[in-house]
Design a protein around this ligand. Structure first.
Ligand code: NAP
Length: 267
């Protein structure tokens, strides 16, 4: 799909990856409807994006009905990039039921409901694209990540299944699965250090992957160095071995450091 002149709804636009995705889409000539909770940060971002026709649609996707309201306010949307997410890290026993619901709603339910609301107009036109920002945590499980893993495994399953239904109707569905991203975003914000050799990706690589996914109708693009991709594929191919590797001392230490770096309101 050609991005120039298209209307895109981007959630999580104020975040580390969201800003890079917004920049990539605007540079390709898209008119971007930017959504997140922080209205002022959205206005600042809209003002500095290249091109014109950008708008801001503040929304708290943890609120019941918010995804449906956001879709209605956005109006005609030709491309959805569902990127908003919470790290949802920590032990299950440390989460309140409200925190579990919030992580599931923002990371999984809201993307599903946005797709449900926006895709009928796309199928009627016989064109459109839905992009879901998942994670390598949707392929392989890690300690302190049971809720995050659940939402990202769920998002991958949803997107792949939806692609089967929408492809015959001319609407593309893509997954972007980043590994650890440096410089900006939820992993960088945690301040945690990774074991040597794992490497990191950049927000700009995620932005470029979103463009490639839309323009070339890719099923899934991972944004990560080779070792992280290999570990993720171990998780898909042999979950038993993967869980044993990840539960070892190095995996426990790394996940504990990342979880400790996230404030409680990010659950
Ligand atoms: N960074 C990484 O290393 C990494 C790796 C793999 C996957 N990912 C995925 O990439 C996506 C973006 O993450 P990021 O790293 O950019 O994280 P981030 O910097 O923490 O940004 C998260 C975004 O989600 C929005 N958000 C949070 N709660 C919300 C709510 N209740 N309603 C509406 N919007 C909400 C935030 O905006 P407001 O606070 O303004 O609402 C922000 O724009 C997520 O889906 C994440 O799981 C990130």
């Amino acid at each position: 799909m050609d991005i120039f002149g298209r209307t895109v709804l981007l959630t999580g636009a104020t975040g580390g990856l969201g800003q890079a995705i917004a920049g990539a889409l605007a540079s390709r000539g898209a008119r971007v409807a930017l959504s997140a909770r922080k209205a002022e940060a959205l206005e600042e971002l809209a003002a500095k994006l290249p091109g014109d026709g950008h708008r801001v649609l503040p929304s708290d996707l943890a609120e019941p009905g918010a995804a449906e309201r956001l879709a209605a306010e956005a109006g005609e949307v030709e491309i959805l990039v569902a990127n908003a997410g919470l790290p949802g890290m920590g032990l299950l026993s440390d989460f309140s039921p409200t925190e579990v619901s919030r992580a599931v709603r923002v990371n999984l339910e809201a993307p599903m409901l946005l797709a449900q609301a926006l895709s009928p107009a796309m199928t009627a036109q016989g064109s459109g694209h839905l992009v879901f920002i998942a994670s390598l945590a949707g392929k392989a499980a890690n300690p302190r990540s049971s809720i995050y893993n659940a939402t990202k495994f769920g998002l991958r399953g949803f997107a792949l299944g939806l692609r089967c239904d929408l492809a015959p109707q001319g609407v593309g569905v893509s997954l972007i699965s980043p590994g650890f991203i440096r410089e900006a975003g939820m992993f960088a914000d945690s301040g945690a250090k990774l074991p040597p050799g794992l490497g990191t990706g950049t927000p700009e690589q995620v932005g470029s992957a979103v463009i490639k996914a839309i323009e070339q109708d890719k099923v899934e693009l991972s944004v990560a160095p080779p070792l992280q991709r290999a570990l993720a594929h171990l998780g898909l191919a042999t979950p038993g071995i993967s869980v044993r590797v990840q539960s070892g001392a190095a995996g426990q230490r790394t996940s504990e450091r990342i979880a400790a770096g996230h404030p409680r309101e990010k659950r």
